[in-house]
Write a protein that binds this ligand. Sequence first.
Ligand SMILES: Nc1ncnc2c1ncn2[C@@H]1O[C@H](COP(=O)(O)OP(=O)(O)O)[C@@H](O)[C@H]1O
Ligand SMILES: CC(C)(COP(=O)(O)O)[C@@H](O)C(=O)NCCC(=O)O
Ligand SMILES: [K+]
Length: 208
Amino acid sequence: MILCDIGNTTYHFLIKGKHKKYFLDEKVPPFDDEVYFVSVNEKASKKLIKKNPHAKNINKLLNFQTSYLGLGIDRALACSFQDNCVIVDAGSAITVDVMEEGNHKGGFILLGLRRFMKSYPKISKKLKFEFEKEINLDKIPLRTKDAIQYAMLKSIILPIKEVSLNKNIIFTGGDGLALSKYFENSTYKKDLIFENMKRIIDANNCIA
Ligand SMILES: Nc1ncnc2c1ncn2[C@@H]1O[C@H](COP(=O)(O)OP(=O)(O)O)[C@@H](O)[C@H]1O
Ligand SMILES: CC(C)(COP(=O)(O)O)[C@@H](O)C(=O)NCCC(=O)O
Ligand SMILES: [K+]
């Protein structure tokens, strides 16, 4: 069984316990094993199915209760089986969702790190920067590179801190590990989506 989480930047596969990532513009191979997937990107789903006609979209198996209108399947999946915590999926966008007593209280959507990195240089090429993990967020910046990173990180960190005052934060997604380092009360779960996909597939016994 192969699991696939399709976002707006990558195809994320779990194949025999190993992670394999393809950017959406890369070729996706035909697999000789059953593929179960979730997707937030219709075009990318079609591309997967073209090479793997028997690939199964498991979104219909997910029965996530929320009053949030239009919640992404990736967010619903990440929040499934959670009790009291904040779930941050840092990918193309950074989604933040609040779970309280097993209920989805809502959430919000921030720009992903790469989007910031793409947008600043569009203002001026002087604002081109590479994401540096070591930056002092307790000092007002005194150079361009820090001025951008400080603003980018603070604009991501502060709203997450605000909704997670007395809660643990679970990070996932390609940039989840990098962001989790700015939060004491956090864990990084690279496999969160795949773990929950497995639970849902097993619960629905849809493996022949
Ligand atoms: N052009 C790029 N080159 C290298 N890495 C990239 C590029 N664009 C995005 N990424 C990285 O790919 C990952 C995308 O995260 P992921 O959670 O897989 O996104 P999504 O689920 O939205 O597809 C992030 O770590 C991001 O930094
Ligand atoms: C916000 C998202 C695009 C994040 O997906 P990503 O590409 O970052 O994996 C996705 O969760 C989505 O399409 N959500 C639907 C809108 C919403 O959740 O409000
Ligand atoms: K995602």
